[in-house]
Design a binder for this molecule. Structure first.
Ligand code: GSH
Length: 120
């Protein structure tokens, strides 16, 4: 499977975004491969308003909804971007597209899957 271009919108302190962070740490994809395909856009908690705000200027366009959120960018003309909102769905998608990179975390049997599921 060709690795597409993706953008991950994340709030590193948040519980569900942290699941993706821990997954990427455990997966250990070589940085030059990860950086070539996955752009990470961070948000932070603004204590004065209680809102989650972008740390980037100009503020990137994030699909509405919760964090984490990942956009898989269209690769061909006529294709549409795909937006993934659920953290577990993001992990499963990353495990598929980075099949040939980093450590396999999907587990080849029940025992391996039980061991590898610690990051979930
Ligand atoms: N089931 C979702 C839950 C995501 C979620 O609730 N994220 C929180 C941050 S930890 C959030 O975005 N809260 C603010 C909001 O929903 O606007 C997942 O697994 O990704």
């Amino acid at each position: 499977m060709t690795v597409p271009s993706m953008t991950l919108f994340t709030w590193p302190e948040g519980l569900f975004p942290r699941r993706v962070t821990l997954y990427l740490k455990a997966k250990n994809i070589p940085p030059h491969i990860l950086d070539a395909h996955l752009k990470i856009v961070d948000y932070k908690l603004d204590l004065s308003t209680g809102g989650i705000v972008s740390v980037h200027e100009p503020v990137p366009e994030k699909p509405a909804g919760s964090w984490p959120c990942m956009v898989v960018h269209a690769a061909e003309p006529g294709e549409q971007d795909v937006v993934i909102h659920e953290s577990m769905s993001i992990l499963e998608y990353l495990e598929d597209v980075f099949h040939d990179h980093g450590r396999a975390l999907s587990g080849s049997d029940a025992r391996a899957r039980a061991h590898d599921s610690y990051y979930k």
